[in-house]
Design a protein around this ligand. Sequence first.
Ligand SMILES: Nc1ncnc2c1ncn2[C@@H]1O[C@H](COP(=O)(O)OP(=O)(O)OP(=O)(O)O)[C@@H](O)[C@H]1O
Length: 939
Amino acid sequence: MNRLLQNMNPQQQEGIQAVDGPVLLLAGAGSGKTRVITHRIAYLIEERGVLPDSILAVTFTNKAAKEMAERVEKILNHNSLAKPTLATFHSFCVRVLRRDIEALQINGKGLTRAFAIYDETDQQAVVKTALKRLSIDDKTLKPRVVLGRISWAKNHMIDPQQYFLASANPMEEKIAHVFEIYKKELLKANALDFDDLLLETVRLLKSSAEVRERYNRRYRYLLIDEYQDTNHPQYELMTLLAGPEKNVCVVGDEDQSIYSWRGADIKNILEFEKDFPNVRTIRLEQNYRSTQVILEGASAVVAQNTQRKGKTLWTAREGGSLIGYYEAPDGENEALFVADHIRKYLREADGQEGLPRCAVLYRTNSQSRLVEEALRRYNIQYHMVGGFSFYDRAEVKDLLSYMKLALNPHDSIALGRVINSPVRGIGKTTLETLERMALSSGMSTWDAIGAAIKDKLLPPRALTALGNFRRLIEDARAMLEPDFAEKLSADVAGDASLPEGVAEQSEDVSFGFGAASDGELAIAAATEDTGADTSFDTSFNFGFDFGPTEEMSTIAPENAANSDSSQGIDSASFNPFASVASKTKHDKKFPSIVSRRDEETSTPSEVSTSEDRPAFRNPGDPATLPELIKFLNDRSGYIRALEEEATPEAFSRIENLKELANAASDAQERGETLHEFLDHAALISDADSYSEEARVTLMTLHAAKGLEFPLVFMTGMEEGLFPSSRTMVDPTGLEEERRLCYVGMTRAMDTLVMTRARYRRRYGNDMPESSVPSRFLEEVPSRLMEDLGSPAARPQFSTSDYDSGYRGAYATPYPKANRFGSKNFDEGERHYNYEDEDQSGERASRSSSTGKTSANRSMDNIASFFAARGQKITRPAIEVAEPTGKTGLKQGMRVRHPKYGEGIVFRREGDGDDAKITVQFQQHGVKKLVEKFAQLERL
Ligand SMILES: Nc1ncnc2c1ncn2[C@@H]1O[C@H](COP(=O)(O)OP(=O)(O)OP(=O)(O)O)[C@@H](O)[C@H]1O
């Protein structure tokens, strides 16, 4: 047998040998697709005598192209001088255009071969020029938003004219005009952006038969990898390059198509057989990677999808350990569980053959923070793929810079970083003037801002922008002082009477809290209490959700006592400042977040009592860390700007900022000061050295595609997180999430563990929100899963497990029972949640005392989780009849809420006026609503 066919199964052999005519290689996960592609190329060269340079293989990433080239070289024993072309779509297009773009010129006009390639910064500059020319404020129409639309239009082959005709509103019309100018400007500059590289190549090959035929003669064998992730222009390019011979082999797996948000069209693979009628379809269905258990589990999940061709994957690796499931009380414990498991795995693997390798996968980058911190506590080195370490991300650094300025506004580096981020009209010239002033007088930039405002040294617009920025920082600084709320409301009241303009604002008093002087905060003269509770709400629009008026309160009972009785709820309680207005002053002072608290007046144990629960600030206390972050997020306009951008990247940045707020809440609970929090963040990024030898890899599910690991963790298996809430009411989006789940599961070779947190903090909320297990967990047959949460299986922690270097950063070492025994948690102190308040239905049927409900609920959760899969469990399931009430809404129904939009009913409890309904909203996560006020419309 030919050496290239040895050790290959019959389908793989067919895939290697079928080199003539169109071939669709449907390669299931782990079925040796990469092996087949590389051997196929080698086979063409060695067996069929094809010239290497007449082979073109297109892959998705440069890394994949490089690896493939190396593998082919190796298979051919480095005997071939000529090389096949292995490139990405974009790099291939650059080659074509550098050679032939001038064929597109008409009467000598058009782009030349010396064209420039514009990156995103260049693109933004062009859009800004266009907006300026059209007198459109780039705050109302963000350049990034415009660029997103332009890219979308281009990838759907829509030109500015068509875009204009199809525009449904004035905004879209404006974008069409910008698009038109953008196109002309690029042409004038002899430049192409990334999308153009593909589109112009397609246009070239379509319009010039001479050029097309030349490429068809040159590349007689075409191979496209990851075909399921190609978009429309890439599809067109493939058909043009396939030429009359159509020796084109596309390799892909529709079950691994996870890039529709980037324009990938799963139809390309689903309809390949239609486009090439005489296609030979080869299915690679033997999986060499995973155990039977893992493969069966993954296949069961993806089998729920409708958009697929359907493959029956099998493996000779019979049996294998069951898929582990662990339900942690919260996100921190989930991460610690993973870290503990990894430590054991690495220990056990020590001395055994082969490098132990494992991966922790998550849906969004922001989830890495807790895992990173847990691994660091265990002193386990890790490598993070596809992104910076959490604290290195631009948006996180920006927000930390704001926090640093709140402590020290003279920190010129932090100031330089955020003075115009988000864009607030403080331009280059202004900054240069400030820098010159600072340089010549020895002032800090902060002081230079003050001087420029005072002496009106800059144009009015610049001064207004600087004034606003200065005020933002001063207000943040004021939040670090006691009684800030009262001062702020006084300031807001005072503001109304102030004439507009920079001159007035330049006076210290009009800045609300006074200008800061070196080393200490100058506080504005105390003003009368002007009724903080009303003015406060208007002065602070945090731009995030504190809950609707009809939502069940998540506030502590002492605050809930102020509820609006007619509604049975307390809208104000969702405002972190509400407690300031509604509570009576406590004797004990809340520890300052600026300085370390006085150990005599407040010991760590006191902080965690219900009376002094850190989540709630007493009147006269400084703001808490999460409050400060929320204030900065909102007042800086940072989150708003990202929301307007509305790209997947922007959403992920928002998630990161929310995660930073969560980190702050954790720090607050540990009693950390702002200084300590910032130091902790700095240490994390400083110590962030990656080792090539690291055996632990952290990455998103997307980044994991194409990789394999003996041990894989999939974390955050929760509705709203995974599947992501944005996809949950869109069947197509949901199918893509399911494919992502399949990709994740099939990365595991020997062991797969899926975890979730029962309560997860969202956007630094005082109270973690309860979560619902991901539907994907439910889709794995129960016989394939085992619960790792039973006491015997539960890892045992001791404080000595933690890296001593890190312990210093935490004021209170965690007691053993707090980690996985979740003693505190179970006693309902820190993790108070509405479910603790409202379990009437379940409680009625339970004889247990309320003090133990959390522990019992945990059992019930696991019990019902496994019961749903038909697995026998020792604890009898609790029967709660599902009432339907007046609305007739039932579990699984799709509904619309006037504020939260679309969602799916997850649970209904109680009846009559007390009936509560839990809904998973697409945009807003899980909400528990009082049915009679909820105004839910059935869809
Ligand atoms: N015929 C074979 N005999 C033994 N091992 C094989 C064979 N074919 C593939 N493998 C092994 O199976 C694993 C998966 O192969 P490969 O990475 O090529 O799969 P893939 O189809 O590209 O996977 P995915 O699409 O899931 O990323 C590799 O470890 C590979 O060495």
